[in-house]
Design a protein around this ligand. Sequence first.
Ligand code: HAM
Length: 420
Amino acid sequence: MSTFKAPKGTYDLIPPVSETFLAVRDALSAPLRRAGYGYVETPGFESVELFARGVGESTDIVTKEMYTLTTKGGDELALRPEGTASVLRAALEASLHKAGNLPVKLWYSGSYYRYERPQKGRYRHFSQVGAEAIGAEDPALDAELIILAVDAYKSLGLRNFRLLLNSLGDKECRPVYRAALQEFLRGLDLDEDTRRRIDINPLRVLDDKREAVQKQLTGAPMMRDHLCEACKAYHEQVRELLTAAGVEFEDDPKLVRGLDYYTRTTFEFVHDGLGSQSAVGGGGRYDGLSEMIGGPELPSVGWALGVDRTVLALEAEGVELQLPASTQVFTVPLGEEARRTLFGVVTELRRAGIATDFAYGGKGLKNAMKSANRSGARYAIVAGERDLAEGAVQLKDLQSGEQAPVALGEIVAELRRKLA
Ligand code: HAM
């Protein structure tokens, strides 16, 4: 076994894949930045209490998957398993909701941690780009977020993803439905674990992946048929707005989600090329979360898109992002004097905004040209003593192979022109 090994369920981002990651993060957040969402960054850990109250004591995320620790000072902390509770906590702490400008619209990007059984697409450390619109109840806001996510995926060139949509009702109709579902489930032949779940979180039973369980669920009462008039009207408006925006969706009455805070609109983006870990993103409305963590009533909606899985989805579809070359010019000095002079040129080129690299380590011409080609640069500057004595450097087009001398004093201006 190698001594160098990242912890189980994690992996390192290294070039060139890391460049794709950065580009995906950018693409997922770009539509948000054009829609009035401001950037928020919160700590990588929070009090355990926040997630227990926010995400829910009955969820796998809180009961099984949290990385918790006790500090030397005795505080109980958890590495954040998700972003919504933290972002809402930060907004409340800064009283953003009192500035008289609701909804407060925020976006974020970062690392999240869940102690899950690792497999392809499911990691213990993963990345999300997320958005939260806090303090407004308006179907257009739910639709806005869904449309922005669809546009983000499309801007990357993804095609084989689907949007699943559901409504989980509100504090009026959900308890009534919950009781009806519990009554139905108690009449089934289920194992002890699942029976316990009926008491704590009956909706999760609908989500059971086992075929034997799914068979028995035929005829189970569905939230869809128990929505109150207000929830029904709200959901209908979200659906209409999505349709008007040309966004296709599938109604999925069994879509439950793994976090307890959802009310009304819930949705998930699934990609068909990813196997069992097919959810590339998800979210929904969480009108009660603020009160659950001790804040005022602040109906809100948001989503988080998985960066790791979006990268896998791109791979599955064979989409290659057009990334700008990380090096535009590669500089090759031949001899000590050329090394000093060309190192000065490298600095000048960089200051002029041209991505430039240098053949370090006193490489010979052959090896240095190999590095130049590997760097992806379009141009190489090569110079030895004889060139410099004539006040010139050789400029080589690495695509065409053409090479011509350029006056040393002109090289920055010349490359600027050529790369413009
Ligand atoms: P979530 O569905 O738990 O929602 O996570 C969102 C996305 O993060 C998933 O669809 C998936 O792409 C990615 N993800 C989750 N767990 C893993 C993992 N172990 N490995 C790789 N990727 C993963 C939330 O986190 C909510 N906070 C979303 C939200 C925001 N709801 C309202 N506002």
